[in-house]
Ligand binder design. Sequence first.
Ligand code: FAD
Length: 280
Amino acid sequence: MNRNELKHLSFEFFPPKSPRGKTNLLRTADRLEVFKPNFFSVTHGAGGSAREGTLETVRLLRREGHSAVPHITCGSESLDNLAQLLTIYADEGVEELVVLRGDRSPDDTDQPTLRYASDLVGWIREKMGNRFKLNVACYPEMHPEAESISADITNLKTKVDAGADRCVSQYFFNSDAYSSFLASCQAAGIQQPVIPGIMPISNVTKLIEFSNKCGAEIPRWLLKQLQAREGDSDVLRRFAAEVVASLCERLFHDDAPGLHIYTLNLARPTQAVLGRLFVG
Ligand code: FAD
């Protein structure tokens, strides 16, 4: 297929901590820019990482001519801080945000003013009108804290009705999870595009760790095939890229309007997947 056939392509980064990490990130962004992404998004405090750095990374990317979209979370920020941040992003010329509740630690007993991402979406619309295009998260395999998949979809509907423009999904490896989720979203009246989240595979141990945390299932056959190749990184990389590229092909067949790729700040695993999908 051709890149232009995809309505949406975005790449997710996390804020690098060291000067070397920043240099590497810019190199990664340059390499991935050839795929003409709609934007590079930058996480905010994901997986317990520092909250500082999102704004700085967005500025760094924008300075180098890349389109950068910050993630914004409601977990632990005061409303004043959030309002200030929105003004800064607007002044910087940022056009879109990824709006999230954020990861919660089990010790967090305080009840924040904005409890769910839908509250934050509504609050941003109230404060800033349509200044930003808003992306929200969704979970084809269900958010781990949700009561049921139908409750999760009802909550997603509340979130899009609060003013979201696009849904971006958690990653998954089973294409049936996406097609079934899309059908449920359509039945619930969710008309916003649902962009599947894709995790290229580079490190099996880290993948297992992430997946346990965020509730993404690694099918048994895939886990066993990956583990069988762990001793030879070239063989593992090739196999992983084939698996993820063929997942993407099945998703396009099921009408996925694009991809959101969790790059983990690395170019090669993403290049290996997209190189297999796009011609020319
Ligand atoms: P919500 O939409 O608020 O949902 C959280 C849970 O509450 C769900 O189980 C939902 O069903 C339930 N719920 C929602 N509304 C209601 C309601 N009214 N009543 C009862 N239950 C309700 N985390 C970070 O910390 N930083 C990041 O940068 C980050 N980026 C991400 C990017 C993507 C694309 C994705 C998919 C996730 C990202 N995360 C990030 C992880 C995310 O913050 C966690 O998954 C978090 O646990 C939920 O966030 P949410 O915005 O989906 O929350």
